[in-house]
Design a protein around this ligand. Structure first.
Ligand code: ADP
Ligand code: MG
Length: 333
């Protein structure tokens, strides 16, 4: 079994079957009883819509495991769901986690997976898994650059010979882009909108570079001055402008990593281009923006949201050849 424990989405791959689960990394908890009410898609629908005693949490929100107990509960829930009550447990689990996760948190993730029934637990850094899932030849002595723009973190890494040569992780990614839209709507349109609405604007008409500038969208929210619900029409260029700061942070992380790259590997990257993965890679024009700012060709992975989990799957299925990619391992007998 391969798992992508993402800040926004968790995916599970089962050898021989493919991707069997894809759910938001959200847990809704009853505060009084301290029990989970919903996990995944059902819990995401509750974000911003809960009564006082219920909280919808994203335990990995900023890429670090902010709320470990909830993260553990969520991981166990998803593993159990994949097993569907059958006692059959996968002896081997490969889990992709953000590279910024601390040693203590790594240990905790491995323990949670062990408790869920895994005998052998392996951890793989997300950029490595993403690169494998995107089809990059990570085992060769060639430099490959991968940028994984997730919900909470953007990870930029240069890989060669199954290893990370250098990497950089910034806590600015998809969530921050949505948050910028939300702040803009409040400041300029006096409209208060929720997290789900700002994400919808980003996905529908958001862009990082002028692509489809005539598109517009009706947005519903709470008018700050009258205190009443109101509909406002927004245009693509203003939404792009509202995201310019977090976009610049992402671009700077890429430039900094390129500047630190040893010359031979930099030459490989110029030849091969940069690969973009993660949900943020789906933002319109993000490839053009990065290409424009670095002068290097940028490719978007075929299925950016699935790269990490497909990478864990490929590692499972080619275990002997890719044995050196892991960043942690625990064994239980
Ligand atoms: P993580 O690995 O951190 O769980 P994902 O790779 O699943 O993150 O990406 C989630 C992020 O991608 C979210 O911020 C989401 O809003 C964003 N996203 C998903 N689809 C799109 C899209 N079509 N356009 C722009 N952003 C998108
Ligand atoms: Mg991810």
């Amino acid at each position: 079994m391969g798992i992508d424990l993402g800040t926004a989405n968790t995916l599970v791959y089962v050898s021989g079957k493919g991707i069997v689960l894809q759910e938001p990394s959200v847990v809704a908890m009853d505060q009084d009883e301290k029990v989970p009410l919903a996990v995944g898609e059902d819990a995401k629908r509750m974000l911003g819509r809960t009564p006082g005693n219920v909280v919808a949490l994203r335990p990995l929100r900023d890429g670090v495991i902010a709320d470990f107990d909830t993260a553990e509960l969520m991981l166990k829930h998803f593993i159990a769901r994949v097993h569907e009550g059958r006692t059959l447990v996968s002896p081997r689990i490969v889990i992709g986690i953000p590279s910024g996760v601390t040693g203590v948190e790594r240990r905790a993730v491995m323990d949670a997976a062990s408790q869920a029934g895994a005998r052998d637990v392996y951890l793989i850094d997300e950029p490595v898994a993403a690169a494998i899932g995107a089809g990059l030849p990570v085992a060769e002595p060639t430099g490959n650059m991968i940028i994984d723009i997730g919900g909470g973190t953007t990870e930029v890494a240069v890989l060669s010979l199954q290893g990370t040569v250098l990497s950089e992780s910034v806590r600015v990614a998809g969530d921050e882009l949505s948050e910028s839209i939300s702040q803009y709507m409040k400041k300029v349109h006096n409209l208060v909108i929720g997290e789900r609405t700002s994400e919808e604007i980003k996905i529908t008409i958001g862009s990082a570079y002028p692509v489809d500038d005539d598109s517009m969208m009706e947005v519903r929210g709470l008018h700050l001055l009258s205190g009443l619900p109101r509909t406002v029409t927004v245009k693509a260029p203003e939404i792009r402008e509202s995201m310019s700061e977090p976009l610049a942070v992402i671009v700077d992380a890429v430039k900094r990593t390129l500047e630190r790259t040893p010359p031979e590997l930099a030459a490989d990257i110029i030849d091969r281009g940069i690969m973009l993965a993660g949900g943020g890679a789906l933002l319109k024009g993000i490839d053009t923006l990065i290409s424009h700012e670095t002068g290097i060709v940028v490719h978007v992975a075929a299925d950016p949201l699935s790269c990490v989990v497909l990478g864990t799957g490929r590692v499972l299925e080619n275990f002997k050849q890719l044995e050196r990619v892991f960043s942690g391992r625990s064994r239980n007998f």
